[in-house]
Every structure is written in structure tokens, then in C-alpha cells.
Design a protein around this ligand. Structure first.
Ligand SMILES: [Zn+2]
Length: 308
């Protein structure tokens, strides 16, 4: 058994429900989501919504077949104007949110334990899913309008619209323990078009789909984030009568891709007069939005970057 299969946190657990070949993924995030959210001082509701976005991105990135980066981005006219979560195939995850504190203060808070309200926080706008698999490949981007009461509903809407497939989705984010450590969980099932030679009586599939959707909805938010309920045990608890088959897990971890070199590369693209303006300061500080790391550049550094 690979080491990642023994992990109960920061894993993606793919599974299948026989006999109708319904495919699913269970995501469980512990230190990964806690680290990303703790790097920022977000209000509780913003952190919870971003936690959901990160979990959703990890769940959807699990379908990538080649090396690449999966990015989920929301842009809306609500108090949370932007959220970005991206996941690399090697398991590196990061994310951040931009919000308007004043407008957030005026919106109605969600009841405790409920998923944050998408209409209240994101407002009207769009969600984009981008798959970038390297320089020599075409970028794939799916865009859908923000439609749904929760982020899980928005993702379901996306699947119906863009992928023409039915999907059931659950997302949960919560705090546990005395220190209030962030945890997150997600569960997804999708119905794929039947492959040749495996055609089933449509009614049977329909019945099975309805049955597993009921089972899925019986999973509570507490179960999805529970530290002492390993993903495989949760799947067994929910779907043992449906013949659940688990596959090898993938591990994920919070890791940013920023570096001093990358920031220098961005600065190099700035117009000369802006660089000159920055050089008037003793030190220019650039903060990575994802991980909050601060990079400092003295006037002499800027000079070197601009003339390189
Ligand atoms: Zn960073």
C-alpha cells in the first residue's frame, strides 16, 4: 500500500460505485487548508468560502490526466470580489481572496455550520475553471455564470452547462479542536455517459443515481471534516451497500510557487518610469497574494533587475 493511502488528511480518495460505474472523489483537507487560511487574516465567512473553493479545486484537479495546473477563479460584484485557488498535479495547493471589509460588514451572516451564501458574498459574476498543461499545449477554460446558493451548487450548475454531465457535490469547512484548526472536506459523484458494450437499462441507472444522491446527502458536514473518521471509513459508511471500490489516493499540501526570481521577473516587465518611481523609496516591498510572503527590493536591486 503506498504511503499516501495511509494518510487520512490532505488526500484525494478516488472511488467508484459498482455496478453502475458511478465515479467519485472524496477530499479531506487538514493542515493544507489550515495553513492557507491561517496565512491571511480573513473574516470567518471569507475564510470559510475560500476553504470551500480550495476543496472544490482539489476535487476537480483530481481529474487531470497530465501534468499541469488547475485554477478555479471567482469574480463577482459582491463583497468577496475575487477568489483564486490553484492546484498543481504534484499536489501543491494555494489560494487567496480579495474582499471589501465594509460591504462584508453590511451583509447578513450565515447561520453557524452552513455553507456561506454565494449570492450574499460573491454576488453576480462568473466562475472560471482553467487547465494549464504547459507551454506546448492549449489552455482549456470553462466559464459559467455564478448560479446557485452555495459554491457546491454553482459547481453542479457548471457541470450541467459545460460538461453535459450530472454531478452531485458536497463541500464542508469547519474549525476543530481548542485552537480552532481549519479543516475541510468534499464529496463528489458523477455520472458518466455509458461506454460501448456496458449499456444498462436506463431505469436501473436512474434508480441507482437517485439512491446514491440520497446516500450522499446523508453525509453531514461534521463527518466530512471529522479528524477521526478516515476517508475510506466514511465512504464505506455511506456506500457499502452500493459496492464501493476505492482507488489509490493522491496527497496534497499547501505550497506556493512564488520566489524572489519570479517577482523580479514581474518587476522587469514594469514600465521604466514606474521602476524609477519605486527607486525613490529605500526599499520596495512586494507581497505575494497567495502566501503573504514579503519580498524586499532595494533601489540597487531594482536597478539591476531593470538593466538585466
Ligand atoms: Zn507565495
Amino acid at each position: 500500500m503506498p504511503e499516501s493511502d495511509l494518510r487520512t488528511d490532505d488526500v484525494v480518495q478516488p472511488f467508484q460505485l459498482d455496478p453502475f460505474a458511478l465515479r467519485g472523489r472524496l477530499v479531506r483537507l487538514g493542515p493544507t487548508v489550515d495553513r492557507i487560511l491561517a496565512q491571511h487574516d480573513y473574516p470567518e465567512r471569507v475564510a470559510t468560502l475560500l476553504g470551500e473553493a480550495i476543496t472544490l479545486a482539489v476535487m476537480l484537479a483530481g481529474a487531470l490526466k497530465y501534468e499541469g495546473i488547475f485554477t478555479l477563479q471567482t469574480k463577482g460584484d459582491g463583497p468577496v470580489r475575487l477568489m483564486v485557488a490553484d492546484v498543481k498535479t504534484d499536489g501543491a495547493v494555494r489560494g487567496y481572496a480579495q474582499y471589501d471589509a465594509k460591504r462584508l460588514g453590511e451583509s447578513v451572516p450565515d447561520a453557524d455550520g452552513e455553507s456561506p451564501s454565494v449570492p450574499d458574498l460573491l454576488g453576480k459574476g462568473y466562475i472560471a475553471f482553467t487547465v494549464d498543461q504547459g507551454e506546448d499545449t492549449e489552455r482549456y477554460q470553462g466559464i459559467v455564470s455564478i448560479t446557485g446558493a452555495t459554491l457546491a451548487e454553482c459547481a453542479q450548475h457548471y457541470f450541467r452547462q459545460s460538461e453535459q454531465l450530472q454531478a452531485g457535490l458536497k463541500l464542508a469547512v469547519g474549525r476543530t479542536g481548542e485552537e480552532g484548526t481549519w479543516r475541510a472536506g468534499g464529496l463528489m459523484l458523477q455520472r458518466v455517459p455509458p461506454e460501448g458494450g456496458r449499456a444498462r437499462i436506463a431505469d436501473d441507472v436512474e434508480d441507482a443515481w437517485r439512491r446514491v444522491m440520497v446516500l450522499m446527502s446523508s453525509a453531514t458536514s461534521a463527518e466530512l471534516v471529522a479528524p477521526d473518521l478516515p476517508p475510506r471509513r466514511l465512504l464505506w459508511r455511506l456506500f457499502h451497500e452500493e459496492g464501493v471500490r476505492v482507488y489509490q489516493t493522491h496527497a496534497v499540501e499547501a505550497r506556493c510557487r512564488c520566489s524572489r526570481e519570479r517577482i523580479a521577473g514581474i518587476l522587469k516587465a514594469f514600465p521604466m518610469d514606474e521602476i524609477d518611481e519605486m527607486k525613490k523609496e529605500a526599499v520596495t516591498t512586494v507581497t505575494c497574494e497567495f502566501c503573504n510572503t514579503r519580498y524586499e527590493f532595494a533601489a540597487a536591486d531594482l536597478e539591476r533587475i531593470a538593466s538585466a
